[in-house]
Write a protein that binds this ligand. Sequence first.
Ligand SMILES: Cc1ncc(C[n+]2csc(CCOP(=O)(O)OP(=O)(O)O)c2C)c(N)n1
Length: 333
Amino acid sequence: MNPTDPTSSGNEQRQQVARIADAVRRRVLEHTLKHNGGYLSQACSSAELLATLYLRIMRLGPSQAPLTPRPFAGVPAADNPHAFTGADYNGPKAPDLDRFIFSPVHYALVLYSLLIELGRLGPDALDAFNRDGSTVELIGAEHSPGHEVTAGSLAQAISQAGGIALARRLRGEPGRVWVFMSDGEFQEGQTWEAFAALTHHRIGNLGVYIDANAQQCDGAMDEVSTIEPLAERLRAFGAEVHEVDGHDSDALTAAAEGFGNGDRPLAVIARTDPCRGIERMRERAPKLHYVRFKSDAEFKAYEQLLYKMRAQEASANAASHTASSQTTLGHTG
Ligand SMILES: Cc1ncc(C[n+]2csc(CCOP(=O)(O)OP(=O)(O)O)c2C)c(N)n1
């Protein structure tokens, strides 16, 4: 099935999101073991959300970029014709197509892994991860696969996305702008200034999906500085707000239905679990932000888990292959 095939049924799309989300977690765990470090809890919380955005919500064209990521060619400048944008992996810029702005760029490993699973990046793309001169950055930037803006200083991307959305509206483009954010970014003043500006300018073509995993780098959000009641606060700022289970692909998709013709920004609070799919991570709470294994025993336990995830993935793939060949036989027989 073509990932963006609009004729595939809701059931097929749901299954595909689940399969891809599991594969993203497996790939991020693999990488975390190989390098003894990684943003693993972010994969646990956001895998279904990001997969749903790419597979069911955003209208994107095919990737315009090579499967093997290009080396860094300098920052964009009038005298640098070689600079490029990582947004090429999200398809061409066209009036009717959507734009994707990836904000919490420490989640980059999760996005690269998703792009690999979707076939927008080659399977070896992570070999260049965090290497000097590579665009496959640990903290993604505007040249990194899937990224359109540099947002390592968190909460800046929504302001840039607001400008893009306003420009698109002024040009009469029907394409929407989607922003993926983390909940820690709602502890920052810039996010609220951006929402104030979005409603002031009646930006109704920008939708934000928030990975509300209740964690940030110093621990649990509520312990560091609460952002609740988030839904009420966003409504008070003039946004159309939905609060959904962030692992439920149907609920995530339904929140975006029909969006793009009104005059209010959309904010979808996706409540997620930072240990989803990797139960063992709960031992580490409340410090889940970056995983580095503390002992051989812990490393081996996660390695065993990886083998189990690989085996489950192989049998799920075999089952889906058998099901699809039976469907084909059913049609022809
Ligand atoms: C403006 C700014 N302040 C602080 C940081 C340092 N920082 C990096 S990640 C992070 C946590 C952000 O929260 P969140 O993304 O919700 O955490 P996660 O769910 O990934 O644990 C912080 C404070 C930063 N990158 N930018």
